[in-house]
Design a protein around this ligand. Structure first.
Ligand code: GCU
Length: 333
């Protein structure tokens, strides 16, 4: 049989013969998070993308999916464990059910200032502790990004814990946060971030708790016109890499991803501080009232959680003491 080769096919074969044998298609890496692209988390992961693609000469291509477009974080976790999604940014609280070490962040009033909290996020000991169970849970932390301070906000003003009594408030999926809400007398309702606005709209919850960015980015401020600075929690967002994916990398590439995680953390924190002031002004302009409250009333109600947590998790005492030490050396608000 005679085979007719067109000129294009011949050129193709010729070009293929010239290609060095070690040229492979780039590896696509999927990254999921639940914020808008204006959010500091998105800026952080763009920095990671640029770092990895540059350092690997494009051997890895990072595709970023913001706004839970792959799925809610609670669902994407298993995709990361199975290496269908390689990177995820998720609240440390949501990881508490997988590894209790992350639960330390859900402890109310663990930090006396955001400065102490941000310093804590940079400590190698913190990464080390959060990585102990990586082999088991298939999730490796490579960045800890600030998410400011969580405060209560609602359709009505909250001045004291009495104002929370019997009211439905949305919280993250976290046993420690559930316990905190019960001590404050509120009824905790856990749901994914993407569902909070709808629950507020239909009246299934009277309020929620978060940093100020959710008032604008998630439009919670359209409904909740009172934001009370009780300062109950500082919970970071964890940049996780799929452990099976990480283990498939060469030592040099592992190092690149770890460094990229640090770069994401640095950029996110920087953008956070640049953006937060403007967000508060924007919230005021849509009629949100920011209230100063007596934080001691809230703190005293929930402090017993610290002792309980340490009794059930003695292995986390070192982490707890690290936070207390930074509170002392860096100081409170
Ligand atoms: C913050 C945090 C997110 C979290 C969200 C929530 O925005 O940065 O990681 O998912 O709160 O309350 O669900």
């Amino acid at each position: 049989m005679r085979i007719k080769l067109t000129l294009t096919a011949l050129l193709g074969i010729f070009a293929a013969a010239l290609l060095p044998l070690n040229v492979h298609a780039a590896t696509t890496v999927l990254l999921s998070h639940n914020q808008l692209d204006a959010h500091p988390v998105h800026h952080g992961v763009v920095a990671l993308k640029e770092y990895v693609e540059k350092k690997t000469d494009g051997r890895f291509q990072i595709q970023i999916y913001p706004e839970s477009s792959i799925g809610d974080n609670e669902d994407v976790i298993s995709q990361v464990q199975e290496n269908n999604v390689q990177l995820l940014v998720i609240s440390a609280s949501t990881l508490e059910g997988i590894d209790k070490s992350y639960g330390v962040f859900s402890l109310p009033y663990l930090f006396s200032s955001e400065a102490a909290y941000e310093e804590f996020l940079k400590q190698p000991k913190v990464f080390e502790t959060l990585s102990v169970k990586t082999g088991e849970n298939k999730l490796r932390p490579i960045g800890l990004m600030t998410a400011g301070t969580r405060n209560f906000y609602a359709k009505y003003p909250i001045h004291t814990p009495d104002d929370l009594m019997g009211k439905h408030f949305r919280i993250l999926y976290s046993d420690t946060s559930v316990a905190m809400m019960k001590l404050l007398g509120a009824i905790p309702v856990s749901c994914p971030f993407s569902q909070v606005l709808r629950l507020l709209e239909v009246g299934q919850i009277e309020g929620a708790e978060n940093n100020e960015m959710s008032l604008i980015d998630q439009r919670h401020g359209n409904i909740c016109k009172y934001y009370s600075y009780d300062g109950h929690q500082m919970i970071p967002d964890v940049l996780l890499i799929s452990e099976p994916f990480y283990q498939s990398l060469s030592d040099a590439d592992k190092e690149i991803f770890r460094e990229a995680g640090k770069e994401a953390q640095r950029v996110e924190t920087e953008v956070w501080h640049q953006r937060i002031g403007g967000i508060i002004e924007q919230a005021k302009s849509i009629g949100v009232n920011f209230l100063e409250v007596d934080t001691a009333l809230f703190r005293n109600a929930v402090l017993p959680l610290h002792q309980q947590f340490l009794e059930s998790n003695p292995n986390l005492k070192e982490l707890y003491d690290l936070a207390s030490g930074l509170n002392e050396s860096i100081g409170g608000k």
